[in-house]
Design a protein around this ligand. Sequence first.
Ligand code: PLP
Length: 321
Amino acid sequence: MRKFPRLSTCHEDPTPYPPGTAYMDGQYLPIGEARISVLDNGFLHSDATYDVAHVWNGAFLRLNDHLDRFFAGLDKLHMTIPYDRAQVTEILCNCVALSGLQNAYVEFICTRGLSPRFSRDPRDCQNRFIAFAIPFGSIANPAQLKHGLHVAITDLLRIPPASVDPTVKNYHWLDLVKGLYAAYARGADTAILVDGAGNIAEGPGFNVFAVKNGAILTPKNGVLQGITRQTIFDLSAALQVSCTAGTLSPAALITAEEVFVTSTAGGVMPVTRIDGQPVGSGKIGPITARMTEQYWRLHDDPQMRTVVEYPKMPDTGTPGA
Ligand code: PLP
């Protein structure tokens, strides 16, 4: 008879985890100890919605907008959680405060959960809420932020909105991951996927913007309505720069004067090369630079901030380490 290795009761995971704090099942715990059942439909079927907000210098940016999107997603997916907005806010702030992180990436998730009898009916599942705070991360690394990203326009079709509603933030990422591999094979940093008509959709974790004749254009349909995308609309209105959502063809993107992408994970990120060719002058353009500057300045606006209260350190009295 074939011998199987002895069953171990040890739950140690060899994967190194970043520092951070998670919340699940009514308790806060180190991020490396936050685990879900392999029977959770969030894991088995990607049956989940989530949101990602960030904390910069001890305060969330536009947390209310992230909460609006998250709660709207729950409704659309027929999911419920036992917490209201104020309680979710408290949980998120506690995750950040307990982690001590001044700059954090904060994800909150609702999975379909599992049914006690492993029924295949999603209505039988107990939905599960999870939140965590880990160090802030950006899609673009410091060199890419300084010199611009190199993107590949792939012919991969972003999952159509008639199949999965892109306004519900979701984990249907196999098309995006495929796009990343296609981009790497072409020597690019990241990928842009197209919609059913061959026009620009979005990329792995970001919305796309093109600047032509001083006006900004971003895809209207088939994309996540990013909170950072909304910030670009707001900043454009304040700066009296035209910014519209419409059809953006690959040809229009390639011939744009400037291109940038936006995400909570990194903010406004310049694109200076598409498929090996320079965008405009090949340097970060003035509108991209202005939007980037204004975006980071917005982090000081009290109306945009939800301040985290960190526990006082007993010895020095300084906020979280
Ligand atoms: N598009 C997709 C597919 C995303 O996953 C994200 C963020 O993760 C975005 C766009 C940008 O959205 P936001 O600005 O809200 O981070």
